[in-house]
Design a protein around this ligand. Structure first.
Ligand code: SF4
Length: 324
């Protein structure tokens, strides 16, 4: 494994046990993230993106979730081999998460300062004065106005954008190496979205942070990603550097996603199309290619045999029978 790889996931399969049998929101998923790299995991709701994100720091509740097989290697250590105590030492310190809605992720009865303080002192013992200084420094880093005053505010006293900044400050408290951000801008309006993305990009550059950003928004991808992973029905169906993906999408699902978002100035804009149908329910994923019922290029073989990953030049991969 290259020394530059921070996180490597191989053959991950996650099961949910129900009283009608098992379903699989993540199926044979492999991905890697380099140090200082920004990777976007993209797909519609229900594709398994958030389950994948929560599995990395071991945050999936068991039951009902069960990691059936695979490995999650972070800095050379397979996290599946660790005890809960060892995992807790990595969470927040080496690998931190930012959630979609800070109002539900932050505790409403503690001040912003108290919550960031807890994130610091859980992992590092520091005198109170230094903790306060570190909180102010973190709030400054994320562009929180008047941090000396905000430290005593409660989440409900802040706007959505400031709450998200407070949560980012909390996630940076122990200078993690990997930040997993699950739809961090979805609940924000577009101007605040742009500010938060710019902030994440700046922090990544300043701290050589690796970023795994979960999103369904291709505009976000264009602004922040080095590399993109397209996920459908629990699998990565295409992987490419961001320019290659936008210039020449290979998988029919990626093409459908790109055709359904507006580009350019209105005079140049083409008619938008949508992908017919919906992501299959977990208990109705068809055998063969999971995208077959929505794919305009489906062939007989697609209904019989599940396509395998095909590795291409320039770190690309695609999983589709069209490329056999
Ligand atoms: Fe479409 Fe077949 Fe490719 Fe699946 S394998 S995306 S059904 S062409």
């Amino acid at each position: 494994m290259s020394n530059n790889i921070l996180l490597s996931v191989k053959g991950l399969e996650i099961e949910i046990r129900t009283n009608k049998g098992s379903v699989f929101p993540v199926r044979d998923l492999s991905l890697s993230i380099k140090k200082g790299e920004s990777v976007c995991l993209v797909g519609e709701s229900g594709c398994g993106k958030s389950v994948t994100a929560l599995s990395l720091p071991g945050l999936l509740p068991s039951p009902p979730f069960n990691i059936r097989r695979g490995e999650i290697v972070f800095e050379g250590t397979d996290l599946m081999d660790l005890t809960l105590g060892q995992l807790c030492n990595i969470r927040g310190k080496e690998m931190a998460m930012i959630f979609q809605e800070p109002m539900t992720a932050l505790n409403p009865v503690f001040t912003i300062g108290d919550q960031i303080s807890e994130a610091i002192t859980t992992h590092v013992k520091l005198p109170k004065k230094q903790v306060r200084e570190r909180i102010i420094e973190l709030l400054n880093q994320v562009g929180m106005p008047v941090p000396e005053e905000r430290i005593t505010t409660y989440p409900h006293q802040l706007s959505g954008g400031l709450r998200q900044r407070a949560m980012i400050a909390m996630s940076l408290a122990c200078q993690p190496k990997l930040l997993v951000a699950d739809e961090p801008t979805t609940a924000l309006d577009v101007t605040i979205q742009a500010q938060i993305l710019e902030l994440l990009n700046r922090l990544r550059e300043q701290h050589n942070l690796s970023l795994l950003l979960i999103t369904h928004n291709l505009g976000v991808v264009a602004q922040i990603a080095h590399r993109v992973l397209i996920m459908y029905a629990g699998k990565i169906v295409e992987e490419a550097l961001v320019h290659d993906l936008f210039d020449n999408p290979l998988h029919p699902y990626t093409q459908g996603l790109l055709d359904s978002v507006p580009y350019g100035i209105p005079a140049d804009a083409k008619r938008l199309t949508s992908i017919p149908g919906n992501v299959p329910a977990l208990d109705s994923i068809p055998s063969g290619c999971a995208f077959q019922d929505r794919c305009p290029k489906a062939m007989d073989i697609c209904r019989k045999i599940e396509p395998e990953d095909l590795r291409l030049e320039n770190n690309r991969r695609v999983s589709c029978h069209l490329f056999r």
